[in-house]
Design a protein around this ligand. Sequence first.
Ligand SMILES: NC(=O)c1ccc[n+]([C@@H]2O[C@H](COP(=O)([O-])OP(=O)(O)OC[C@H]3O[C@@H](n4cnc5c(N)ncnc54)[C@H](OP(=O)(O)O)[C@@H]3O)[C@@H](O)[C@H]2O)c1
Length: 299
Amino acid sequence: MNTAPDPSSVTFPGPVTVIGLGNLGKAIVGTLLRDGRPVTVWNRSPARAEPLLARGATAAATAAEAIASADLVIVALLGPPAAREVLTGAAGAVRGRALVNLTSGGPEDARELAAWAAERDADYLHGAVYAVPQTIGTAQSSITYSGSADTHRRWRAPLDLLGKVTFLGADAGHASGYDVAVLAGMYGMLGGFLHAAAMAKGAGISAAELTPMLVSWLTDSFPALATFAEEIDSGDYTSGESSLAMNAAGLQTIIRASQTQAIPAPTLVPLKSLIGRQVAEDHGSESLARVAELLRSGT
Ligand SMILES: NC(=O)c1ccc[n+]([C@@H]2O[C@H](COP(=O)([O-])OP(=O)(O)OC[C@H]3O[C@@H](n4cnc5c(N)ncnc54)[C@H](OP(=O)(O)O)[C@@H]3O)[C@@H](O)[C@H]2O)c1
């Protein structure tokens, strides 16, 4: 008798269930089906499953049935309340399952579900998706995970199919800790872009004309973030290369120019106010990065 393990069962240990067929869930199922993998799906609104059934997926009538039908369960729901509601509603089915939750949320949401899963003898791995549905399954997709190392190792083949895998350790909240911080940075940039586009329009420059110059300047500015990061981690802001006082003056100019065009500056005024407080406390010659200290203090 041949006792050697079937190589395909080692690299891809079995069928997969996907819970949630929104834009992300659909893209995940499509990627798995393209690779010839058996996939069971469940979605609150069953009609969303239909195009995937035509491509070979199997529909489950309930979330519990879907979870019971595969050892690996990928969850992609709108937000933490939906993930909590669906999983707790199917609690009887999760024992022995590897739950990979790609629903965006905060670190505390992931830790709460990981503890809930552990109480039911289920493994929990949380994933933060750095991709859009169109790039899932391509080299432009990257997903960072934290939580169950066993699930990350055992189910590496299907996870690899979805995008570049990075494992950040056993704390289920760690991937989300990175994610919400990265997204806070992204939205800060988007808020800045939208304000810039409104100001440019007011000055007779179209958003399309502005954007290449803005992108070029942002790209040239990115290395400064690493310098600011060193200052924040060391708590030494004395280099003062981009001083608080200089930035206060610069922001004041931009806010005034914006208001002259009757464009409010809701993304800039709070930053100006934080900088102003530090200047008032006699830190004007220190680095702009010192603002992070004020934010961390929560005052
Ligand atoms: N799309 C992206 O580019 C992207 C990228 C990174 C991360 N993410 C994250 O991935 C998650 C899913 O995103 P998405 O783009 O797929 O969202 P979406 O297209 O809006 O789909 C949301 C899904 O959640 C389901 N849902 C919402 N409330 C529910 C509830 N109370 N009970 C059961 N199901 C519920 C919806 O079911 P119905 O069909 O019944 O409404 C649908 O399947 C989000 O957390 C998102 O932040 C998305």
